[in-house]
Design a binder for this molecule. Structure first.
Ligand SMILES: [Mn+2]
Length: 336
């Protein structure tokens, strides 16, 4: 079968009945959860038995999921480069695979794929909303959490949904989509609970109930952003900031601080979960010097040290015991 059209995707969904057992496998971000919920509800409404699985890229493996009892599987919002080759083991089932990231890898030919990257940047939740017609506010939420509002091809979809809800984009971001994103960050070790909470939402009014989770994340982000000026250390021209978050806030803290001045070089360092390693992330929008070159110089000669990425943004890892050597390497690189 291979690639299918929107109409054929609809046909696959229309054929789901109370005789089916369906597994929904979705990405662990806002777009993945929202689109996963829409397919989940669709299957429930058709009377099927449904279970959902959260897939964490670089951690999860399809072979670790217990999919024996299911005869149909729906994948949503998972970049195919990470997935295609793993799908051989389930090609005896009816599999519908939909995503919006650039297509990579080779799918087993039995799998129905509906990948929308050629149509522009269309988050998976927008596609799921169009296919199912269920919970339009969740289709919108997934689209906004995935930055769909930065792409003109989503303007009409976003504006018409906002109009129906009677809310502005700014308010929707502040009161709805960021609350949901932060709730997911807070519950990143408990995906079942996160799915349950998001699945219970019947309208945007219900999102208020998630504030108690989201606030914990917001407080911790604010704390580390505020401490930056005082705690940072200059390594030559780089602003080096070591911080130890308890919650999953590395991404937003890094984003907020590095967007405050695009000419500066930033290096963020935090311990990994096991405490044995330190993860690094470097930002410099001006790209001079290149952050990936800088980090590679920083980890050079360090045991298990690695770095990769792009000139404006790079990431890496070192042993915690090598932090001073890393700083020396960075200083030497920047002073050269
Ligand atoms: Mn995603």
């Amino acid at each position: 079968m291979g690639k299918i059209t929107f109409e054929e995707a609809k046909e696959f969904l229309n054929k789901i009945t109370n005789e089916d057992k369906v597994a929904i496998i979705h990405h662990d971000d806002g777009d993945g959860f929202c689109s996963g919920i829409l397919y989940y509800d669709w299957c429930k409404e058709a009377g099927a038995e449904v279970e959902e699985f959260t897939y964490v890229i670089s951690k999860s493996k399809i072979k670790d999921f217990d999919l024996k009892k299911f005869n149909k599987i729906i994948f949503t919002d998972l970049a195919s480069g990470f997935m295609a080759e793993q799908l051989n083991i389930i090609s005896d089932k009816e599999v519908f695979y939909t995503d919006h990231h650039p297509e990579e890898g080779v799918f087993p030919k039995e799998i129905l794929t509906f990948i929308t990257d050629k149509d522009g940047y269309i988050p998976s939740s927008r596609t799921a909303g169009k296919l199912t017609g269920i919970k339009p506010f969740l289709a919108l939420t997934g689209t906004i959490t995935d930055s769909g509002d930065l792409y003109a091809e989503n303007d009409e979809f976003i504006n018409s949904h906002l109009d129906k809800l009677g809310i502005s984009l700014d308010d929707f971001k502040k009161d709805i989509s960021s609350v949901i994103s932060n709730t997911l960050s807070y519950l990143d070790k408990n995906h079942k609970k996160a799915f349950e909470l998001l699945h219970e939402l019947e309208s945007i009014v219900d999102v208020k109930g998630l504030r108690k989770y989201a606030d914990k994340i917001e407080d911790e982000i604010e704390k580390f952003v505020n401490e930056f000026e005082e705690e940072k250390e200059m390594i030559a021209s780089a602003n080096f900031y070591y911080f130890e978050p308890v919650l999953n806030v590395k991404g937003p803290v890094t984003g907020i601080i590095s967007h405050s001045d695009h000419k500066k070089i930033y290096i963020f360092a935090s311990p990994k979960e096991d405490g044995k390693y330190i993860s690094l992330s470097a930002r410099n929008t001006s790209q001079n010097p290149s952050m990936v070159e800088m980090l590679r110089a920083g980890v050079e000669g360090l045991e298990d040290g690695n770095a990769g990425g792009h000139p404006p943004a790079a990431g890496g890892m070192i042993h915690a015991k090598d932090l001073d050597k890393f700083k020396d390497n960075i200083r030497e690189f920047l002073e050269k």
